[in-house]
Each structure stands twice: as C-alpha cells, then as structure tokens.
Design a protein. Structure first.
Length: 224
C-alpha cells in the first residue's frame, strides 16, 4: 500500500511486480485491483455547488465511428466540481451504457447532490436534470476561436486518458475500467495533499472496512 500511494502517477501491475520481486504478474494485478476497490469509501459525499458534466469515450480508435453513437468504446460520465472560477475541486467518474437520458438519470444522482447547479452542453440526454432536482445551465461557446465550453471536464478527461496511456500503457481492459476510474478519482481528489502518509493511512483505513474480495470477483465486470 505504501508503494502504491507513494508513486504520485500510480503504478502498473508490472511495475509493482518488479518493485516487490513477485514471481507472478497475476498476484500484482490482483493486489492492485483489491486496493483500487478500497479507494472508494462507502457512502462518500456527492458533489455539490456548481458541477460541470459531460461524457467522454474511453477505448481504442475505430475508423469511421465518431460522436455519441460510436461503437467499440466505453462511455464515461465525468463530473467536476468548480470551487472557484476555473478551478477544479473534487471529481466523480462513472461508466454509463450510453448517453441517453435514461442512463444519465440513473448515474447523476449517484454522483451529485440534488439542488446542485449542473453545467452541461446542449445534449438532450440532460433534459431531465431539472425534474431530478438540479438547476441546469447550458454552456455555449462564445465567439472566440477554440473556446472550450466545458473546460473543467475536458481537463479531467485529458488527464485521465494521459494517465491510462502513461502509467498503464493503454493496457486497460474495458471490463475492468471501473477499478481504474476509482483509482484516478482517489488520486485526483487528493492531488493537493502534501503528505503521502495521509494517503497511505486513508487507503489502509478504507481497506480494513471492506470484506473479502476474491480473484473471481475481480475478474467479473462490475457492470455485469
């Protein structure tokens, strides 16, 4: 746990295997996934205040497939809390089956407190947010060339994709993506912590509150 929390960008299973001198890659892989599960605190607080919301695609390139209807990729809902103008507070990442209002209506209340103000683009999948108890602001691009209507979520999305490609060399199975999203969220939300020891303490504390988790549990997709 100390090695995992002490590495600011995280560590791959191969890196952990080499660092600890393990004979089995599978052992390192299983240990990391168990720790990633412990990075989510049961009953953690949802985001509140002003929250930016958008969906992104995670996965390989598929020629000719673009937009929200692309195939062969996984959609992830990104929620970024704005603490000051242009500054990101906490985030939440959640895999969704598609960008329909049905999928969004289920995911948003799990991530964001009712009563929050949510800034989105003009996608119709967000149309039901007011009925769910949220105030919706539709962000629109201004006249400046290259202006980003949703800069917070796009910054998070860029960092997430860079982390998946850098730390894990893109070798992330989509069926296990949720575990990696949990780790990225854990690290991002504690990015300003000056003490690695506090991260270690928090991970150890949360790991002790969870029950056993077998390799069969890990291999099973969390969306099944």
């Amino acid at each position: 746990m100390w090695y995992v929390t002490n590495q600011k960008p995280g560590v791959s299973a191969l890196g952990l295997q080499n660092a600890l001198g393990l004979g089995s890659y599978r052992t390192a892989w299983s240990w990391l996934h168990k720790l990633r599960r412990a990075m989510v605190r049961p009953g953690r607080d949802r985001l509140s205040g002003l929250v930016e919301l958008d969906e992104i695609w995670i996965g390989g390139e598929h020629p000719g497939q673009t937009g929200r209807g692309a195939l062969g990729k996984t959609m992830v809902l990104v929620a970024a809390q704005e603490v000051q103008t242009g500054r990101i507070g906490r985030i939440r990442l959640r895999r969704i089956v598609d960008g329909s209002s049905g999928a969004i209506n289920v995911a948003v209340p799990l991530c964001i407190e009712p009563g929050a103000t949510i800034r989105t683009d003009g996608w119709t999948g967000y149309s039901d947010l007011p009925a769910l108890g949220y105030r919706r602001i539709v962000a629109r691009k201004g006249g400046a060339v290259g202006e980003d209507a949703l800069p917070l979520v796009n910054r998070v999305a860029s960092l997430l994709k860079r982390w998946l490609l850098g730390t894990h060399q893109g070798a992330v199975r989509l069926s296990h993506l949720d575990y990696y999203l949990d780790e990225f969220t854990f690290r991002f939300n504690r990015r300003t912590s000056r003490s690695r020891g506090l991260l270690f303490y928090r991970l150890a504390q949360q790991a002790m509150t969870l029950g056993p988790w077998t390799q069969a549990d890990i291999r099973r997709s969390r969306t099944e």
